[in-house]
Design a protein around this ligand. Structure first.
Ligand code: NAD
Length: 708
């Protein structure tokens, strides 16, 4: 071995005739400017060393690179030389062969870097992908031009338009990978490099290959149609297709098209929104006074009390993460039912080929159904998911307090009840926390973590860590009725009801907001969740003499037994066993009768009014939650809405959407709504924080930055 050089991110050593350049930038070896500059310098050094015949490029710590540093996007650093396209061009045009040795993640700019190399050797389980579309972008460093030249149009579209990574072994038969190995990556790469050096001559360049695919046009047409059918149609997906189409042009021309499309996307609303959500999700689990160094308690086993809709889903979450779960019910009947429902879901995974029968058996063996609290004695965390009644929950918490070991965490899945009061049913309120899962709990990504007044910092840290283990996106909320999500959705549903009073219909309201991109409009959502849930909450609010949530029409719907999908009808009719919402004549009559009682002549509401009234209802309540410190950041609220309520990520969440419109305009629009003769002016009084921000020309993003 001779010659060695190293800088902060890049290390070069010469092994015989091969220079091995190792680069690292924890945690994911992203390709920010310093890394690019040091890589360029190391490559130049290797190029100038007469003893070097070939180069191996390898990422540190068992991974190649997860791509560009997305914090650089849209900043001057992204354009500072060497840019990623410049670095890649320098490699490709070099006269000495460069071999990419690929392990772990090789994504986005990382894969584009590898595509610029002359040879690629990968571990079979390395993950290759171009996920830029998920951030509203396209691979902007030649990926859309080089990948189709190696894997064909169909594979390239799949990787670029869908953005899901694949294992290297699935691409082993394509010229993308010169060798795929199960182990010994560096040795294999060295072998390829030595052989290339010995062969001599100009190394092969991907750019010199042609895309020659008779199916290309049909494949591109189908991909265009699919991108246009998205809701809302994805500008990024469409441009990804156009970029792949351009790979049929001469290389330099295709690269120009890719660049132009990339620059258009990076400055556009969709990508800014998606990048906002990306960072917002990562920021959400940071809590100002709970440093990341806070030691978490160990969670090796869990308990769930209550095996209804939520208990079953929560137990499934633990099982999927490989954690043993003890599930407690009141009687054998409901316990058996809960186990049967868990089993049905796990069996379904086997049917879909996502789980082997052995994996199913191992997963089911982790489940311990019981009727006895004693069996919870060893659990590290117990999540309570019994009926939404304070008395019942207090009793359960009292019993848990008597049996759980010291240091175990007592969590409640309550949607509305006071976590602080519940904590007092135990002698250890510091160990009590809310874990508000969404239905179906094993599918929905969001977990609202409710921090009680006395919740210990390490309990919070433990639950946030556990959320990651369970694959959830956690947002911390303070204690109030409905926390972040349901408190806001209460205002949203209230506004939807007022629009019915004024003349709109469930179908028109749902369709308008679904065209905006929300996954499911308020009426279809209520039918899915069960209209009786809100009915019970309204009754409680009435008993507590709380104003502002009366909904006589929704009450009448429930009084007629129309609870939603589960009763075959709610705001819509449903055919047995089907989920398709059908207009209901009975509901039409109910609405007409209600309007007659109000003495209202119905008027037509257009999509813009419907969407604005729903979204701005969220924004105004969101501002109140910030002011009350129930939510710590506006970006947390956006995460709640995107991850838990189907708000379109391409619009960044309600608060980001409001910022985009300008808060002064938002406030002006609320004033317009307040002027509607049927409006409740109190509803549209801008929250003080919103008024303040709007008045001083600031945004929710400014609020977050100032608070950080
Ligand atoms: P559910 O009625 O489907 O299930 C409740 C289960 O708890 C029943 O199986 C019942 O037998 C059992 N149970 C009642 N008392 C018990 C006790 N003392 N000990 C043990 N088990 C007992 O209710 P759900 O929809 O699963 O809701 C459970 C909790 O989750 C509630 O607090 C609810 O507000 C909350 N939640 C529900 C949803 C939802 O969409 N359903 C979403 C988020 C949170």
């Amino acid at each position: 071995m001779s010659g060695a050089g190293s800088s902060r991110h890049v290390h070069l050593r010469v092994d015989g005739s091969v220079a091995v350049i190792t680069f690292g930038n924890p945690p994911v070896n992203s390709l920010g400017h310093p890394v690019r500059a040091e890589l360029a310098a190391a490559l130049a050094e290797a190029a100038g060393d007469a003893a070097v015949g070939a180069v191996v490029l390898v990422g540190e710590d068992g991974r190649f690179s997860a791509g560009a540093d997305i914090r650089e996007f849209g900043t001057p650093l992204a354009a500072r030389a060497p840019t990623l396209p410049q670095l890649i061009a320098a490699i490709e045009e070099g006269s000495k062969p460069v071999v990419a040795a690929i392990a772990g993640h090789c994504l986005g700019g990382g894969l584009e870097l590898a595509l610029g190399c002359h040879y690629r050797v990968a571990l079979a389980d390395a993950r290759l992908g171009l996920p830029e579309v998920k951030l509203g972008l396209l691979p902007g460093a030649g990926g859309t031009q080089r990948l189709p030249r190696l894997v064909g149009v169909e594979n390239a579209l799949r990787l670029i338009v869908r953005g899901d990574p694949v294992a290297a072994r699935t691409l082993a038969a394509t010229p993308l990978l010169d060798r795929v190995v199960e182990g010994g990556l560096l040795d294999a790469a060295l072998e390829v490099a030595r052989a290339a050096a010995a062969r001599g001559g100009a190394p092969p360049r991907v750019r010199d290959r042609a895309v020659d695919d008779p199916e290309a046009e049909a494949l591109l047409q189908a991909a265009r149609a699919a991108a246009e059918a998205g809701r809302p149609p994805s500008g990024a997906a469409l441009r990804c297709v156009e970029a792949v189409a351009a790979a049929r042009l001469p290389f330099a021309q295709g690269l120009g098209t890719e660049r132009a499309l990339f620059l258009e996307l990076v400055a556009g609303e969709e990508s800014r929104a998606l990048r906002h959500v990306f960072f917002a999700e990562r920021t959400a689990s940071r809590v100002a006074d709970v440093p990341e160094s806070t030691p978490a308690r160990e969670v090796r086993g869990a308990g769930v009390v209550g095996g209804g809709t939520m208990g079953v889903g929560i137990a499934l979450c633990f099982l999927e993460a490989g954690l043993p779960v003890t599930l407690l019910e009141v009687a054998q009947g409901p316990l058996d039912q809960a186990v049967a429902r868990i089993r049905a879901v796990v069996d379904g995974l086997v049917r879909k080929g996502r789980l082997s029968p052995e994996q199913r058996d191992r997963r089911m063996a982790l489940l311990g159904p019981t009727l006895s609290y004693e069996d919870l004695a060893t659990a590290d965390i117990v999540v309570e998911a019994v009926f939404e009644e304070m008395g019942v929950k207090e009793q359960v918490f009292g019993r848990l307090d008597r049996v759980l070991r010291t240091g175990a965490i007592l969590a409640t899945n309550t949607s509305t009840l006071d976590v602080d009061r519940l904590a007092l049913a135990t002698g250890r309120p510091a160990d009590v926390v809310g874990t508000h899962f969404f239905s179906p709990a094993h599918r929905m990504r969001l977990l609202e973590v409710v921090r009680g007044a006395r919740t210990a910092p390490d309990v919070l840290a433990t639950v946030l860590k556990l959320a990651r283990t369970l694959g959830k996106t956690a947002v911390v909320a303070g204690v109030c009725d409905g926390f972040i999500g349901n408190r806001m959705v209460g205002r949203y549903l209230h506004q939807a009801m007022l629009m019915l009073d004024e003349g709109s219909s469930p179908a028109a309201i749902d369709a308008a907001v679904e065209r905006f991109g929300v996954a499911m409009g308020p009426f279809r959502m209520s039918d899915l969740a069960g209209n009786d849930v809100g009915w019970r909450i309204r009754k409680r609010h009435a008993a507590e003499k709380r104003a502002g949530s009366a909904a006589p029409l929704a009450d009448a719907l429930c009084e007629s037994g129309r609870f939603g999908q589960k009763t075959g009808g709610g705001w819509y009719d449903y055919a047995p066993g089907e989920r398709r919402a059908l207009a209901s004549p009975q509901v039409g009559e109910l609405i007409d009768a209600h309007r007659r009682r109000l003495g209202r002549a119905p008027r037509a509401l257009d999509d813009e009014e419907i969407v604005d009234r729903l979204v701005l209802a969220l924004v105004n309540e969101g501002a109140r939650l910030l002011e009350e410190r129930i939510a710590a950041r506006a970006s947390d609220i956006d995460v709640v809405y995107v991850a838990g309520y189907g708000f379109p990520a391409t619009r960044g969440g309600p608060m980001f959407h409001a910022d985009g419109r300008g808060l002064a305009r938002v406030v002006a629009r609320m004033r317009d709504f307040a002027a509607n003769p049927h409006a409740d002016p109190a509803f549209w009084t801008p929250a003080p924080l919103l008024a303040r921000l709007a008045g001083s020309g600031r945004s929710f993003a400014d609020f977050d930055a100032e608070g950080a």
